[in-house]
Design a protein around this ligand. Structure first.
Ligand code: CDP
Length: 235
């Protein structure tokens, strides 16, 4: 990674500022409001509750019903409130990623509702959403193996970089790799990529993403400890 500054003044391996607030919605079992640069996200978790219709039930675990949505006003051109292919795809893969963290096997035949609304978007919304959803699940008191810490990394203007914003993503040679890790196990639970990259750079981007996820994880732990002070340490 070079020390060159990016258009927004960040170093190549620097995250945008992240701020987290837990328990922001009294009607949800767990919730999180997260600002990640110019992305603004609210995530709620409700459940587990009995699932209807019953044929959707899984006798071995809770089903995670993850809904990623963008508010109409979250992007420069009005986003239709009807969920499109992109929203559905992001919801599906994010639900699978979150399932790695939640001990779903403890709640057979139930559903856990996870709703994430993007209020303002500047690239990296799916990773901001998943980071917030994981915290909302912890805020809901669900038993968890760890947290999902998500971040994007990639390339812009010939540089390998962490945490692309919209300006980075819109460069002609952009590569955007969305990743999520189950932490502290460092287990990769989501990987999606836009753009073309060789094998060597692909590995470097993944390494950069893991380093970024470690920073995200520290911020997540800090937010949890602030809301739920405890004697012991979270690993
Ligand atoms: O947000 P993320 O990087 O996870 O997903 P993307 O599909 O790569 O979208 C990148 C960015 O494009 C979003 O964060 C929005 O800023 C913008 N976008 C948009 O303006 N209109 C859409 N319908 C979808 C995305």
């Amino acid at each position: 990674m070079s020390q060159n500054k990016r258009p927004d003044g960040r170093a190549t391996s620097q995250l945008r500022p992240i701020s987290i607030r837990l328990g922001v919605n009294k009607n949800a079992d767990g919730s999180c409001f997260l600002e990640w640069g110019k992305n603004t996200v609210v995530a709620t978790v409700n459940g587990p509750r009995p699932i209807f219709p019953k044929h959707l039930a899984d006798q071995t675990k809770a089903v995670i019903d993850y809904k990623y949505r963008m508010a109409c006003f979250s992007v420069s051109e009005r986003k239709s409130p009807v969920p499109g292919k992109r929203d559905k795809e992001i919801s599906l893969v994010s639900g699978h990623a979150l399932e790695a963290a939640v001990m779903v096997e403890q709640f057979p035949n139930t559903v856990i509702d996870v709703n994430v609304l993007i209020l303002s978007a500047d690239a990296g919304t799916r990773v901001a959403a998943l980071t917030a959803a994981s915290l909302a699940a912890a805020d809901a008191g669900l038993p968890m193996r760890g947290l999902v810490s998500a971040v994007a990394a990639g390339r812009a203007n010939g540089e390998l970089i962490l945490d692309l914003n919209k300006e980075d993503e819109d460069t002609p040679d952009a590569v955007d790799m969305a990743t999520a890790f189950l932490m502290p196990q460092r287990e990769l639970v989501l990987l999606q990529m836009d753009g073309c990259v060789n094998k060597k750079d692909c590995s470097k981007i993944l390494e950069t993403a893991l380093k970024g996820a470690e920073v995200v994880y520290e911020l997540q732990k800090k937010a949890l400890v602030e809301k739920y002070p405890m004697d012991g340490e979270i690993q």
